[in-house]
Design a protein around this ligand. Structure first.
Ligand code: FES
Ligand code: FE2
Length: 454
C-alpha cells in the first residue's frame, strides 16, 4: 500500500497515512475550471456555483482546506484542558488549551475507525477518549492509551504514528482564533492586511479586549454559504428594501430612515484576498442599542482609534473575512457560515462585547444582538429568507441560463486618502467581486495537498 509522509505535528514525530489516490475513484480529483462561471471583470456570475455538488467538493479541497478559518473566541478557553468543538469546512475539529497553555486544534476524528473523538460542544478534560473502542489522546494530540494494545502486531505497531491530526497553523487576532490546514498559507496577519484596521474598530475599543456573552447560537438555513458570506462582505444595497419593516420599527417616526440617511454616504473596503467591509458615514445612520451608545465615550474612542474609524467602520457596518467569517460591529455579532452541502448553512453566532462594559450594558448589547441578528432577529429573518429564496429556485433550467449581476460600482475603487486599502462607494459590489475573484482563483489552483504529493 502506497503511503505518504506528511510533515509532523509533533516535534520529532511524523504522521503517516495513505494517499487519497488509493481510496478514491479517478475523476474525484478536483479539476473543474470555474473561469467560465465567474467573470468579475464584467460583473457576471453563474449560479451553478451555489448548487453544484462537484464544485462543492472542489471547494472543500481548494477553498476551505487552504484558507484561514475562524474557530472561536479566546475566552472560550480559560484553562489547560478546556475545549470546544467546531468545524473547518465540513471537517470537525477540537480546539483546546494544552498543558502549557497553548491553543491547539485537531481533527475531531479518531485515528482508529474515524469516529468523532469528542461529541460535546465544550467542556474540560485531561484527555480525549473515543467512546467507540476507547483510544485516548492527550491535550497535545498524542495517542496515550489503547485498550488491549498487546493484540497489535509486535514490531508493526507504532503508537506515535496515530496521534490526532493537527492543523498546520493556528493564530489569534483581536481575541479571535483562526487556523488553517495549509502549511503554505501566508500568515494570518498577511491574510488580513488592511482588513485588520477595520476589525479594530469593532474589536479594539477596549484596552482590556473583548469577551463573549450568551454562548453560541446555532441554526440551520437553506442556502449556499457564499450567499451569506458575500452579502456580509459587500451588500449595503439590500438594507433599505429587505429591512424596510425592521427599520420602521427602529425609527423614531415609525416611517423608517429619511432619504438622506437611506441614501447613505459611506465606503466599502475590499482586497485581493477576498475580505470586504462596508460602513455608512452619515452620523444619523447609527443603530446602536441606546444603553451601549450612552456608555461609549466617542471622544476617547477617537483618541484611541482615530476619528475616521469612529465615524465609519464603528457604525452600522458589515464585514466578511474570507471565506466564511462575518461580523456586525454595532450589533456585536460575529458568526461563521459552516457549509453543509451546496444548499445548506449552519450558522454559529456569538455576541462579542468590550470586557470593561458593566453588566447592564452587556445585557443590553446581548439582547440587542439577539433581537436584531439572533435566529429570530428582525434583520436576520429578512436576510435568511433572501438566501433561502435564491436557493429554492436555483435548480430551474432557464433560471440557470442567465447570469447574476455584480456590476454595481465597477471602476469606483480607489485609494480614498482616509481609509486604508482600496475602497469604493458604499453602494457597490466591489467586495463581492473580489470575494468571487478570490474564490475562483483558489478553485482553479491546485492546493498544497495536491502539489505536495509526488
Ligand atoms: S473509532 Fe475511536 S477507538 Fe475505535
Ligand atoms: Fe441584511
Amino acid at each position: 500500500m502506497a503511503i505518504t509522509q506528511l510533515p509532523s505535528t509533533h516535534e520529532g514525530e511524523r504522521h503517516m497515512f495513505p494517499t487519497g489516490d488509493i481510496h478514491r475513484p479517478r475523476g474525484f480529483d478536483p479539476s473543474i475550471d470555474v473561469s467560465g462561471l465567474v467573470d468579475m471583470d464584467g460583473g457576471y456570475l453563474d449560479r451553478a456555483i451555489f448548487t453544484d455538488q462537484r464544485l462543492y467538493e472542489q471547494e472543500q479541497a481548494r477553498v476551505f482546506a487552504t484558507s484561514w478559518l475562524f474557530l472561536g473566541h479566546v475566552e472560550q478557553l480559560q484553562r489547560p484542558g478546556d475545549f470546544f468543538t467546531t468545524y473547518m469546512g465540513e471537517d470537525p475539529v477540537i480546539v483546546t488549551k494544552d498543558k502549557s497553555g497553548r491553543i491547539r486544534a485537531f481533527l475531531n476524528s479518531c485515528r482508529h475507525r474515524g469516529a468523532r473523538v469528542l461529541r460535546a460542544d465544550y467542556g474540560q478534560t485531561r484527555a480525549f477518549t473515543c467512546t467507540y473502542h476507547g483510544w485516548s489522546y492527550d491535550l497535545e494530540g498524542r495517542l496515550i492509551s489503547v485498550p488491549n494494545e498487546a493484540a497489535y502486531p509486535e514490531g508493526g505497531w507504532d503508537r506515535d504514528q496515530w496521534g490526532l491530526l493537527e492543523v498546520a497553523q493556528l493564530d489569534t487576532v483581536l481575541g479571535l482564533i483562526f487556523a488553517t490546514w495549509n502549511p503554505q498559507a501566508p500568515t494570518l496577519d498577511e491574510q488580513l492586511g488592511d482588513m485588520k484596521y477595520y476589525m479594530e474598530a469593532f474589536l479594539d475599543r477596549d484596552s482590556e479586549g473583548t469577551t463573549i456573552v450568551g454562548g453560541i447560537t446555532k441554526w440551520i438555513l437553506k442556502g449556499n454559504w457564499k450567499l451569506a458570506a458575500e452579502q456580509f462582505g459587500t451588500d449595503w444595497y439590500h438594507v433599505n428594501m429587505s429591512h424596510a419593516s425592521a427599520l420602521m420599527v427602529l425609527s423614531p417616526t415609525g416611517r423608517g430612515p429619511k432619504k438622506e440617511i437611506a441614501e447613505t454616504p459611506g465606503r466599502q473596503y475590499s482586497d485581493e484576498r477576498g475580505n470586504g467591509t462596508g460602513f455608512p458615514t452619515h452620523p444619523k445612520s447609527r443603530f446602536d442599542a441606546q444603553p451601549v451608545h450612552e456608555y461609549y465615550d466617542y471622544a476617547a474612542l477617537a483618541g484611541r482609534l482615530g476619528q475616521a474609524r469612529v465615524q465609519g467602520p464603528m457604525t452600522t457596518g458589515h464585514a466578511t473575512v474570507f471565506p466564511n467569517f462575518s461580523y456586525l460591529p454595532v450589533n456585536g455579532s460575529i458568526r461563521v457560515w459552516h457549509p453543509k452541502g451546496p444548499d445548506e448553512i449552519e450558522i454559529w453566532a456569538w455576541t462579542v462585547l468590550d470586557k470593561s462594559m458593566p453588566e447592564e450594558v452587556r445585557e443590553a448589547q446581548r439582547l440587542y444582538n439577539l433581537r436584531t441578528f439572533g435566529p429570530s432577529g428582525i434583520f436576520e429573518q429578512d436576510d435568511g429568507e433572501n438566501w433561502s429564496e435564491i436557493q429554492a429556485i436555483s435548480r430551474g433550467w432557464q433560471t440557470n441560463r442567465v447570469p447574476l449581476n455584480y456590476q454595481m460600482g465597477i471602476g469606483s475603487e480607489r485609494e480614498d486618502g482616509v481609509y486604508p486599502g482600496s475602497t469604493s462607494t458604499l453602494y457597490s459590489d466591489s467586495a463581492g467581486r473580489r470575494f468571487y475573484r478570490r474564490w475562483a482563483e483558489l478553485m482553479n489552483t491546485p492546493a498544497w495537498h495536491e502539489t505536495e504529493q509526488s
